[in-house]
Design a protein around this ligand. Sequence first.
Ligand code: NAP
Ligand code: MG
Length: 403
Amino acid sequence: MEKIKMITPLVEMDGDEMTRVLWGMIKEELIKPFVDLKTEYYDLGLEYRNKTNDKITIDSANAIKKYGVGVKCATITPNADRVTEYNLKEMWKSPNGTIRAILDGAVFRAPILIDSIKPYVRTWKEPITIARHAYGDVYKDVEMKIESEGKVELVFTGKNGEEKRELIHDFKDNGVVLGMHNLNKSIESFARSCFNFALDSKQDLWFASKDTISKKYDHTFKDIFKEIFENEYKDKFKEVGIEYFYTLIDDAIARVIKSEGGYIWACKNYDGDVMSDMVATAFGSLAMMTSVLVSPEGNYEYEAAHGTVQRHYYKHLKGEETSTNSIATIFAWSGALRKRGELDNINELKLFADNLEKASLCTIDNGFMTKDLASLSSLENIKVVNSFEFIKKIRVNLENLYI
Ligand code: NAP
Ligand code: MG
C-alpha cells in the first residue's frame, strides 16, 4: 500500500526505560510501515532532560501549543534514588507536572475494554472516563505541624492593606494544619475542558465534590461548573443529546458502582488521583488505561496511564525475556494520529488509527497476550507472548486489515 501522508507534525515526546524500548518498536513495526510519519521529536528521556536542565520538557509543551497534538512516552519522575542512578544535576520535576502547568486543563483517563476481561464490577459495560483537574488543592498545599499551644489563623492581606482573618483552630495540644488553594481561572478551564470532551465523545458528564461541608471551597467549583454550563454549553448538550449533572461525591460513588458506565466523571485533583486508580483496577489493569490531557484552548497530549515499567526494564537490560503490555502506549499513538487526522481532515489517518486499535484488540481476542492480561482473561487456550512477539502479532493483524 501507499503510505498515508500527514500534513502537520505530531509532537513526539520520547521517554524512559521499558516504555522507551516499546516506543521505538511501536514506531518501527506498527506506524512507519503504514504512515509517512511526520513528527517533531523531543527526547524527554531523563538523560537528555538533565543535559538541557529540563528545558526540553518546556520546549515540548510549547510545541504542543503550537501544533495542537502531542504523544508522550512514560518518563521517570526523579526521586533521590534516580539522582544517584542517573547522576542528575538536580531532582528535576515531574515532566507531566511541567507539561500540565503549561497547558492547563484536565486529564482524561479511560480504560480499554475487551470481551475476555470482565470488570470486577458486574454492572459495568462501557468505559468510565475519569476527568481529573490538573491544578492545585493538596498538590500545592502548605502544611505545618503544631507542637505547642497556640492559635492558627487564615490571614488574607490585600494589596491595599485590607486584612481578613479566619480562626482555623485554637490548639491546646499538638496537631497538624494544612493550607491549600485553587484559582477560579484554572477551575474554569477545567470545566470547559470537561464540557468540550463530553461533546467530543458524546458522553454524559458528572461532576461531584463535597459542597455541603466545604461551603466556600468546593462550592466555588460547583458554582463555576454550573455557570459555564448554563451560559455556554446547555444548548450544545441538548443538541448532542447528552446531560451534565452535579451530585455530592459520596452519592457519585454509589451511583458509579451501580451504573453501566459510558460517561465522564469529573473529579477534583485528589479525587481524580485516587478514583482513576480504583477505576483502572476495577476494569482490569493499569496497562489498559489511556490518558489524554486536554487544554482549554483545545490542545491534546496523549499517553499511557502507567509508568516506565522499571522492573521489566532491569530484566530487559540483563538480557532476560519480558512480557510488557504495549496496548496503552499503542493507544496513545492511535489517539494522537486520529486527532491529527480529524484536525487536518485526513480520512485515511483516522481509519488507520481505528485499524491499529482493532488489530491490537483482535490480537488479544485471538488469545495472544502479555502476562499481565493472561492472569485476568477468561479465554481458554491463551498463548503468553513476550513484549516483542506481542507487537509482531499486532503487525500481522494490522497488515491483514490492509490486504
Ligand atoms: P509502573 O511503571 O506503572 O509499573 C508498576 C507495575 O505495574 C510494574 O512493575 C508492572 O507490574 C505493572 N505494569 C505497569 N505497566 C505495565 C505494562 N505496560 N505491562 C505490564 N505490566 C505493567 O510504575 P512504577 O514502577 O511505580 O514507576 C516506574 C517509573 O515510572 C517511576 O520512575 C515513575 O516516576 C514513572 N512514572 C511515570 C508516569 C508517566 O510518565 N505518566 C506515570 C507513573 C509513573 P509487575 O512488575 O508485577 O509485572
Ligand atoms: Mg495516583
